[in-house]
Design a protein around this ligand. Sequence first.
Ligand code: GDP
Ligand code: GDP
Length: 320
Amino acid sequence: MFKALREMFSKASSEAKTKSIEDISEVAGDSGRRLKESVLDDLLRELELDLMQADVALPVAEEMVGHVRGQLAGKRIDRNFKIDEAVELAVKAAVRDVLSENSFSLSEKIKSKAPPYVIMFVGINGTGKTTVIAKLASRLQKHGLSCVLAAGDTFRAGAIEQLTIHADKLGCKIIKHQAGGDPAAVAYDAVDHAKARKRDIVLIDTAGRMQTNANLMDEMKKIKRVAKPDLVVFVGDSLAGSDAVEQAKRFDAAVGIDGVVLTKIDADAKGGAALSIAKAIGKPIIYVSYGQEYDEFRKFDADWMVARIFGDETKAGAEL
Ligand code: GDP
Ligand code: GDP
């Protein structure tokens, strides 16, 4: 890992954390130390390698490095700060820049319209979509919102069973048809049920066989047309790296993604996939999911992401 960065993450003064890169370079005036070009080049080369090792896609890594260079090249740095601290601030700014769309409030969105609020989940099999639906339903129920699950993966009988087990555990209604049925009809029935019974939220599961399959994308389009979801969420596996980025792009092209849930971050040593996906489709990472318990689910946090990418595991661990 990027030694210089890791060290500065553990040593950086608390003062540096409350300052922005502009503060420490602009107040420096003529008395600050000028950052040597050769030192900056070395740091940036190391930064790019480090980002790539953390699974950040090359174009995203390059853009971030460019952003950091733009912040620091030719600048004088206040003598009260280490060069490292300036780099830390610039890197954090670059990460936040990539994640700029990250101020997402589901509660605001839910409140902004008459119920039911309909959420459609897309993503390929095995990424953790069903688990995410159950976790989000549990979270919403804890906050007093009633949920209806729609077993829209009619392609696999196992998927219907699995969602039924969650619905039983959660004590919420599930709308399901026979395996092989029309998933759009299931989604429609679920929305209809929620309207009739005045339920707050509909969570629609969908099939996820091979994201390259044109039939699957047609199926997603049809469900969207029929169920008219308020939000389309892409569920991506943080272990899938560039595959997850490609999947996100395909689903986004087919149905339009409003936000991303990143799964299995308990198993992901790196986390760069989040940055790559966010950059590729320009949509916020809303939640992250880890483990099997319903409460192992939380809002995405850019600072946690930074700590994770730069290997500050103590910080990353504490955040979970
Ligand atoms: P947000 O934090 O306000 O954006 O809400 P969430 O996106 O976490 O959840 C959406 C809905 O679930 C809202 O109606 C919230 O009342 C409820 N909810 C679930 N978990 C939480 C939580 O941890 N904090 C808050 N504020 N609301 C939550
Ligand atoms: P789906 O096919 O996309 O609906 O995926 P599932 O929700 O069925 O999950 C697929 C597999 O991944 C199951 O074995 C889950 O137990 C596992 N899984 C799901 N989410 C997580 C997670 O956050 N962390 C870990 N370690 N495993 C997960």
